[in-house]
Ligand binder design. Sequence first.
Ligand code: SAM
Length: 391
Amino acid sequence: LHTVIKSIPLRLPPLPTIRDLLRIYKINAQKHLSQNFLLEPRLIEKIAKASGIKSKGLGGTYAVEVGPGPGGIAREMLHSGVEQVAVIEKDPRFLPSLQMLEEASKGRLKILVGDVMSFDMSRLFPDELKRDWEEGETCIDWNMPSKAEYEEENPKLEKKWRYHKVKGRVPLIHVVGNLPFNISTPLIIRWMRDISERKNIWEYGRVPMTLTFQKEVAERIVAAPGEEQRCRLSVMCQNWCYVDYKFTIRGSAFVPKPKVDVGVVRFVPRPEPLIPLPFSLVEKVVRTLFSSRRKHIKYPAAFLFPPGRGGEKATLPSRDDLVNELIGLSEVNSTARAYGLSVEEFGRICKSYLQMCQRYDKLEDYNYRSPKMKDVCIDEPIDEEALEEKW
Ligand code: SAM
């Protein structure tokens, strides 16, 4: 009987529409919190579905929603039977509408007011929900070799590269969020670090995430080697996660309407990263090599080493010699360009750089930062928001 009761979706009583809630509580969008509300039920449902959340009967499914605003997505997830939804919202003006949902769901909604950038999600749910890191989804690595090559070999690409296998039990927790544009890139990078250290919500196992981004940022996240949008965000995200561009939502579906369209991306942490090295080392190498994404990598690679001519009294060989040593050890073509390199090639460069850091004292601490070094992902920023999304 217990199983039967649990497997029936826990429907919610009728509630005012999200549009009405915004009107009732006189909530106008705040630009500094990147508030763009999604009011179309069909699209809200599509995001919840894309996350893979569905009622699983006994044991249930749990979710964390980032930036719930008036609660449209959280409501949809509760409605479809998710056992508990924890929401993290910075703006307390949404408390009354979220509390209404908390009551209607008989406590299945957990409201947390705070800044997701510093929020520790590692104690949100009971320990029984923890899974071994190896358990969960594994996907076909469509990004290696390049997506174009894969497409050629697999005409039915669409179906194929979304295919995934589940090993052991699936993680019970999902992270979902229509993210504020102004924090989406720094947040995803912070979460890649957390995934690499298996902390925060990833103490529960390989918890997948379904998140929205400015469309151009979403395209960068999934870009394959050689593609125009390929940048360090692509390499960092693809190293620790399988990434899947789910669908695009046109800007006009949001209130107020942003200047850009939105891309929905699903991330599944990999059982093993493609580059099994510390986050800070990978980040330093990838950031430096993408500082001039179109130049032969030997040029940006120079910034991994301190300037100097070498010589007898010098503690280090010259910068040119160090670059040649790095390229030689990594066995990559010195005329390759950062945006054309696969994650595996970045991995060889990172590994060689680590070996050199072990051989040459203080190299590891060397960090070249200059105002000249561009800090955006691609040469031409797409619009002002792309500039704001530096990391
Ligand atoms: N989920 C709602 C929807 O789809 O209509 C609102 C999405 S709106 C793009 C982003 C939401 O994130 C807003 O509710 C905003 O207040 C909230 N937010 C902004 N910065 C935040 C932060 N640092 N931590 C938590 N929530 C934040």
